[in-house]
Each structure stands twice: as C-alpha cells, then as structure tokens.
Ligand binder design. Structure first.
Ligand SMILES: Cc1ncc(COP(=O)(O)O)c(C=O)c1O
Length: 399
C-alpha cells in the first residue's frame, strides 16, 4: 500500500500499527503478504471500522488461536471437546458470570448463549412475552427495530408507540407513552445502520426488552429496569455465532403460549444454556473478550474511552466544512458515527486516502450510503486519530 498522505502524524500512526518484523520501507500491502506467509499469530494490520463482525482485542485472537490448537494444555482443540466436559462447562459458567458482573445484573437474572443471531431474538421476544390475545409495544428507530416489529406482528397485536421513520431514522423519539396494558415494550438501544443511540433508556412498569446488539458492554446501563437484554455477539462481545440473553426469569412463563423448547427462554435458562449443543467456540471467544473488558476497567471505563473516541471524530466532522453528520446531534451514536461528504463527487479521492492509511470498513450500510465509522470497544483512540488526520489532510487538499 502506498501512503498517499504526506502527513507525518498520519504516517507515524500507520507505522505504529504495522505488524512487527516488517522490513522498513516496504509497502503496507507487501507487509500484509509477508505477514500472512508467517505461520505465527498475526497482529492487527488495519484500523478496522467494520460494523460487525468487527474488531476484537488482539490478545483475544491470540488466546483463541492457542485454544484451537491446544485448549489449556489438555492436548485437545477446543473445537473437538464435548460441551458436557468440565472445561467447557467452566467456560460457559465463567462467560455467564462475566456478563452479569460487567452489566451489574441482579443476582437472580439468568444468562444464556444461543445460536440464531439477534434476528432469532426478534422472534423469541413475542413468543416469550406476548400473552395469548395480548399486545406488545415497540419503538421503531431503524432497520433492526423494523424487523423486530415485523416478527411481533406475526405473533399478535403490535403497537408502534414511537418512530423516527419520518426523518429516515436520524433521531431517537422522546417523550412517548408506553401503554400500561401492553405485555412488554421493545426498543433497540443503538441504531447500527443510521447511527443513533438512546442516551437514556425508556422506563415502564411493563417488562422492557432491549436489543443491545451494537452497544452492549460499551456503556453503563441499569439492568434492574430491563426484563431482557439480548445481543448478537459480533460487535462488542465476540465472533458471529452466538447471541446472549440476559433476563429476569420471573418475567417469563406468563403468556399462556405453548412454546417449542428451542424458543423457550425459561427452558434454556433452566438447562443452563445446554439444552442443545451451544456454539462453544463463539462463547469461548466472548468469554475472552469479557475478561479483556474486565481487565481494562470494566464497562464504566470502556464507556469513557468510547466517549473520548466519539468526541474526537464528531468534533472533526463538525469542524471540517467538507463533511456533515447525518443524525441529530444529541442522539449521535458513540458506536457508529454516520457522515457524508457534502460533495459526493469527492468520494473517490477520499476513499483512496483512507484506504491508503490502512483503514477498513468505512463505507455506510448499503441501504444508506455515505460513511459509517464503527468504533466498538476494541478500536483504539489512535485508530480514530488516524481517521481524523485523514479527514484533515483531505480537507486541506480539497477545501
Ligand atoms: C441492533 C441490531 N440488532 C439486530 C441485528 C441482527 O443481528 P444478527 O445478524 O445476529 O441476526 C443487528 C445486526 O447488525 C443489529 O445491529
């Protein structure tokens, strides 16, 4: 890769991220090939802004790689071990305990890790919380909330009590009422595609259910007010392949529905997430990531780091006249910052520059366009600085 930018600061940042052992002066692309040829564990090669699957901590990759070869000196790969074996039961209970500890969940809450993605969660929520002949309430803040609503409608009466669809989901609705006779209320805490995020969670006397797929473990939340949090692992927690459900078991089993055991959260809780074969490796990598979060100060410190990263990038978006944020300022997501170049004709030149700086995954979601910088927990502020330097460089040349 050729450095198109001449900014010394930018160059320094990129060099800092280069894998060890790469000869001075070689191009970044050549470095990658050299590195791929090495059979040792690689280090992070690029500033990864992907929306999910996404960046995870480097040490997690290293430990996970080791476990594939030989799990904790057992002579077995973690991929060939029974989920009923003691070591894997240990992984499961450690992952469950870390979820509760990091989120500050009440003692009696349960944690299960299931397959099927958060999209299966869209289906499981009405199955587990909607009474026969009852109704649910939803807030619609984007694509994922819309899909959750579609699933709820298949199960019964569904009220959309708040929506930002009128402005292409560029804000978070506020001041709406949640009917007291709804069986539950569902919202999506972070709108991964459009880049908005609830700064305060809605409260209600009815069970509140939250899809936290794209901001779980990124900020402190009050779990006591939530009947269920569910989240696909592949943003702040681990690889794709498992979805975590953290729930109050006392709020389950009141619907009068007959459920398949595979859709029944109470069943999965009672069987300690081992009703069927769980996605062991995805849970193990999640456990490693949760250990990493804990070792780095827990969720409170992750939140501070995430706020600092978001401030750095949004300040640049606001300060540079070529760029424009696409969401209401007060609802901006600290996880997914969406922005555009006011003059779309400049996009090819900007794209060449950030690619040359070793940045990956910056284009916006295919349904939206523009740019989306996903700044999950494992993305360093140094990586955000590289993007900001690219934007400054680009503005100096084209402003
Ligand atoms: C907020 C949110 N909910 C749900 C989903 C769907 O997750 P999955 O692909 O695991 O079904 C996504 C995917 O990005 C998401 O961002």
């Amino acid at each position: 890769m050729r450095m198109l930018s001449t900014s010394p600061r930018l160059e320094a940042c990129v060099n800092k991220l280069r894998p060890n052992g790469i000869p001075e002066g070689s191009t970044f692309a050549a470095s990658k090939r050299t590195h791929a040829a090495m059979s040792t564990i690689t280090s992070t090669k690029v500033h990864n802004y992907s929306a999910g699957p996404c960046i995870l901590p480097q040490e997690v990759f290293q430990k996970a790689s080791q476990a594939v070869l030989d799990f904790e000196g057992s002579g077995l790969s973690i991929l060939e071990m029974s989920h009923r074996s003691k070591p894997i039961e240990g992984v499961m209970s450690k992952a469950q305990a870390l979820v509760k500890e990091l989120l500050g969940a009440p003692e009696h809450y349960q944690v299960v890790f299931l397959g099927g993605g958060a999209s299966l969660g869209f289906h499981m929520v009405p199955q587990n919380y909607l009474k026969q002949g009852g109704k649910s309430a939803y807030a619609n803040t984007g694509e994922w909330a819309t899909r959750a609503i579609q699933e709820a409608k298949l199960a019964g009466e569904t009220l959309v009590v708040a929506s930002s669809e009128d402005k292409n989901f560029n804000y978070i609705p506020k001041g709406f009422e949640i009917p007291s006779d709804a069986d539950y209320f569902h919202f999506t805490s972070n709108n991964t595609i459009f880049g908005t995020q609830y700064k305060a969670f809605p409260k209600s006397a009815v069970p509140v259910v939250c899809d936290m797929s794209s901001d779980i473990f990124s900020k402190v939340v009050n779990v006591d007010n939530l009947a269920l949090i569910y989240a696909g692992a592949q943003k702040n927690m681990g690889p794709a392949g498992t979805t975590v459900y953290l729930f109050d078991p006392e709020k389950l089993g009141h619907t009068g529905r007959k459920l398949s055991p595979m859709l029944d959260l109470k069943n999965h809780g009672a069987k300690d997430s081992m009703y069927n074969t769980p996605p062991v490796f995805a849970i193990y990598v999640s456990m490693l990531t949760l250990e990493w979060i804990k070792a780095n100060g827990g969720v409170a410190e992750a939140e501070q780091r995430n706020n600092a990263k978001a401030k750095l990038l949004y300040n640049a978006i606001d300060a540079l006249p070529l760029f424009e944020g696409t969401t209401a300022v007060e609802d901006r997501s600290a996880m997914n910052a969406t922005f555009i170049l006011k003059d779309a004709a400049l996009e090819p030149a900007f794209n060449a520059l950030w690619k040359a700086a070793g940045i990956n995954g910056l284009p916006g979601h295919r349904s939206v366009g523009g740019y989306r910088a996903s700044m999950y927990n494992a993305l360093s502020i140094e990586s955000v600085q590289v993007l900001v330097d690219v934007m400054n460089d680009f503005s100096n040349k084209n402003g």
